[in-house]
Design a protein. Structure first.
Length: 188
């Protein structure tokens, strides 16, 4: 069994066995998300924040830690696949579209946004969708900026700033993030 397979199994086990508190808080969170699977809130008593300003948020069976925040603007959409978890203080901002695949592991204090949230003088605000494919691991305090597509089974190092697309099965680090190496299918 590879490290990634053990990790996915561990995540599923935590999502299935979040304890009574985790399931209760997950039910409260689910009331704020009309299209969601089984949600578990892990590691605390605070419900993650959902700031839906007229968008469409669809979440599979996922785990959320306290401090996670989803902000969805009018007409925008956020999609999060089954088995994914958002660690403490992870923030997702969608002005148009942010899509996160299945079994993704998102570290603490990660920021994912499809807009700069303001226009430059004399220009319009730029909005460009973000797509994170399946089984992506994002390290703590990484930033994923507008217009980025991250390929499946990619690892993004802590503190990386992703400003352009990353191919599948890659390891990316730095500011701006650059591909350090490619993974083999047995390493994922």
């Amino acid at each position: 069994m590879t490290i990634a397979t053990r990790s996915r199994t561990s995540i599923r086990r935590r999502l299935q066995h979040g304890g009574l508190r985790g399931h209760f808080l997950g039910l409260l969170l689910r009331l704020r998300l009309p299209r969601a699977g089984v949600l578990t809130v892990m590691g605390g008593w605070h419900i993650p924040e959902i700031d839906n300003r007229g968008g469409d948020i669809r979440v599979g069976s996922c785990g959320f830690f306290p401090g996670a925040r989803l902000e969805c603007w009018h007409g925008a959409q956020i999609r999060i696949g089954d088995g994914t978890y958002l660690n403490r203080n992870t923030e997702i901002v969608a002005a148009r579209s942010v899509t996160i695949g299945r079994d993704c592991q998102i570290g603490r204090d990660v920021l994912i946004m499809d807009t700069d949230q303001h226009a430059m003088p004399g220009r319009e605000m730029v909005i460009d969708p973000v797509v994170i494919e399946d089984r992506v691991w994002i390290g703590a305090r990484a930033i994923i900026l507008k217009g980025v597509r991250i390929g499946h089974d990619t690892v993004i190092g802590a503190g990386a700033i992703v400003t352009r697309d990353l191919p599948p099965l890659s390891v990316a680090v730095g500011q701006p993030a650059r591909v350090l190496r490619s993974l083999t299918t047995t390493e994922r």
